[in-house]
Design a protein. Sequence first.
Length: 626
Amino acid sequence: MASDKKKQAAPKNAKPRPVSARATKPRQPRAKKTEKPDETNAEPQARTAHAAAGDGAATDAPTLEGLQHWTWVLGRAQQMMMEHGLDLAGQVPSMPAATFDPTAMVRAQADFWGDTMRLWQRFIDPASAPPADESPDQTRDRRFKAPQWREQPIFDFIRQSYFTLSSHLLAGVEQIDGLTPKQKEQLRFATRGFIDAMSPSNFPATNPQVLERTIETGGENLIKGLSHMLNDLSKGQLTQTSEGAFELGRNIATTPGKVVKRTALYELIQYSPTTETVFETPLVIFPPWINRFYILDLTPEKSFIRWAVDQGLTVFVVSWKSADASMADVVWDDYVERGQIDAIDTVRDLLGVESVHSIGYCVAGTTLAATLAVLAARGQQERVKSATFFTAQVDFSEAGDLNVFVDDEQLALIGSLTTDGFLDGRYMAATFNLLRGRDLIWNYVTSNYLLGDDYAPFDLLHWNSDVTNLPAKWHAAYLSDLYRDNLLVQPGALSVGGTPIDLGKVTTPAYVQAGREDHIAPPASVWKLTEHLAGPLRFVLAGSGHIAGVVNPPAAGKYQHWINAKPARTLEDFVAGATEVKGSWWPDWIGWIEGVDGARTPAKGARKPKDNKGLGDAPGLYVRTR
């Protein structure tokens, strides 16, 4: 820390005092519990107030010593974060030392102490104190949904203290001047991560549910949680759903079909028709090779692939091979030339058609845009009749939180993690979990490590944990060329097989879908696709995020989407003039497909997949390869 900063000392009498196990009343086993809720909470409220006092005195009021300690903790944490921001900026060459706006800093400190004093008042004399001014996010925060967090004074104090500290830590980041925008965002991200990690819900002594469960079970919950944790450490990956609950081909990825081609890079799966006639133009889907393709073929009720087949589409899906040492030299050009273009031509040849509809999801959507540019430059654009982009980006200037992981130091670190020319997929899984650490990390620490709960079966989280490895050369180039340098939107800056890429030459009709709450491909970033492609476009904003915003079957009746038939210059303009439609956007998409080409043909002959040289049934071999 900066040496010229005066250290803030703890008050002389302030000593850390952990919450006693007797702060909550031992609960009777659930089967025998007969007490009414208000009776159950009566004694813990009094006893937790004693614990807050720190001396076991028979009084409901906290002592000055206890309050001094909590005040020192809050103030010291804020100062440490501010000093860290100063040190970060001071380490950057040719950058003036970071400073605070004195006026803003004084105002921030005054606000902090004012909020702290109001917190004291509510704790000491709740009848006379104004009610807590909680934001909607705080009110809905699932970490503190248990009634004990509000009904028991000490835990209500801890909860409100946490919210007070959190808001001021984040506000303190904004008071630091002299940082580049990227450094400021990195500090924001780190601060949010620190705040999530330090939530009182993550620690046994400050989580009333964990304390009660520990007393109720005699500590068996902690032993069971330790077993869960050791199992995760042994496999190097956080468990998020019950193991063995799902099996490929049995209760997920069950849509009938055949593997009709296998290369060193991908398998091509053709699905069996379920209608008497099908669209003349078939559909080929390119899922991201960062994950397994069956995100689009989960349980039958959630399967986009099964639904598309039922709409009369002849569906082909690419199942990418998880990288191994044989793929050490695979680069982005290979995914365009040997992957997407090869699959498109294969489908055209198998069915004897001139063109295909195409879908690219996430990184495969980015690559699909490049594929279309390559075909346009070669005079072959008619091979793709339409292109649909699921949460895909081509302009990475507003790519969101993933940008904090892309600088020279981070790229060097990632390079050091590669083995035999590929990156272990568990590293990528950990990165994506960090983007939503509260939901995808700490939620499981609390429920499965501390409370000792069993894992619940959840098909989406099973898929999320089913990681794939990535070719190291491709991954490094993707991060540096696209995320760091944003070369894809610069005409001619990138090429494939000697063919320069210019997205402005792509006139293929495009359907662009974004998720309103997407943390991986933010909607503002996805919107930029509309600014770089030259053909007719339809943009749809879906409710939810990167996965649930896409995998939203109509029968579920969940979420909503927004459409706007009028031209819009920006995403804000689109939203301002958009109409909200309840439920899935899938019917809107199939209506758009029919508008592009609604011609039909009997579902016979090549439209029914054949076993090609014993390659086997869907979901194929590559999806099972670890």
